[in-house]
Design a protein around this ligand. Structure first.
Ligand SMILES: [Zn+2]
Length: 260
């Protein structure tokens, strides 16, 4: 597996080509963020990872890719360090939801059959799912399938337990062991030598205000990074891509059978 191999980009097609080229196909749309990821990783982690997963999945499914959407939902203190750290750029939830609905409705004008959204940013998930649920009810989406997933949702619990024994929960993996490992595999040129650990990861599903970011994080890291390796990143990348391809190929028994 070559991690940066790509399926064809939908936007590289001409207007004269696009109807024929997309008819009945699968389109993969990566969505990430511009968000602080500690002192050792760039702001682009969620965007780069979503794009890398999407390109590889599209390659294996003979699908088309859309350009990655990088500016998205707000970073929150218990799952991303929040807005206390410079460089985190976002839009408010209402704006994101309206953007996603408009973009999805416009995209539905093309004759593709299935859209797969690959998400790389924890806080995007409810907005993506709501937008798809809304647009999926509209006439323009008739006959189309939507799948959306956050890449970490495809990681098997037992598989992970064998590799990350003290797993803190995905909300706290922000800038942690798994994202650092994936970046060491995919873009080591963007990873610096610092490996901060935070001994007391926040609980999932809890919001606090005011919050002391120096207690909630260690320099923006919510859990640990010190055992991150490119080898773990490679295994994780392959694991997620295989699960995504299986999910799309088999429908996992969840998608409704075509009746007409
Ligand atoms: Zn991230």
């Amino acid at each position: 597996m070559t991690p940066r191999s790509a399926g064809p980009h939908l936007c590289d097609l001409s207007s004269a080509e696009v109807l024929t080229a997309t008819a009945g196909r699968t389109v993969v749309w990566p969505v990430g963020s511009v968000e602080q990821h500690g002192p050792h990783l760039p702001l682009s982690v969620d965007t780069l990872l979503a794009d890398a997963f999407a390109r590889q999945i599209a390659h294996e499914l003979n699908a088309l890719t859309l350009p990655v959407q990088s500016i998205a939902a707000r970073s929150l203190p218990q799952s991303g360090g929040g807005l206390a750290f410079p460089g985190t750029i976002h839009v408010r939830g209402g704006s994101l939801l309206a953007f996603l609905e408009d973009a999805l409705e416009s995209l539905c004008a093309l004759p593709w059959h299935r859209l797969l959204i690959v998400n790389g940013h924890f806080e995007n998930e409810p907005f993506l799912f709501e937008a798809l649920d809304e647009v999926g009810r509209r006439p323009v989406a008739a006959g189309k399938e939507f799948l959306a997933l956050s890449w970490w949702s495809l990681v098997d619990t037992d598989w992970l337990a064998g590799r990350v024994p003290l797993f803190p929960g995905w909300h706290a993996e922000h800038a942690g062991l798994t994202e650092t490992s994936l970046m060491l595999y995919l873009r080591p040129d963007l990873v610096s030598a610092a490996r901060p650990d935070h001994a007391d990861p926040p609980r999932p599903g809890v919001y606090l205000h005011p919050v002391d970011v120096d207690r909630t994080t260690n320099q923006g890291v919510l859990s640990s990074t010190s055992n991150a390796t490119a080898a773990l990143g490679k295994d994780l990348f392959r694991h997620v891509v295989a699960a995504a391809v299986a999910l799309v190929s088999e429908g996992n028994g969840l998608l409704r059978e075509e009746t007409s």
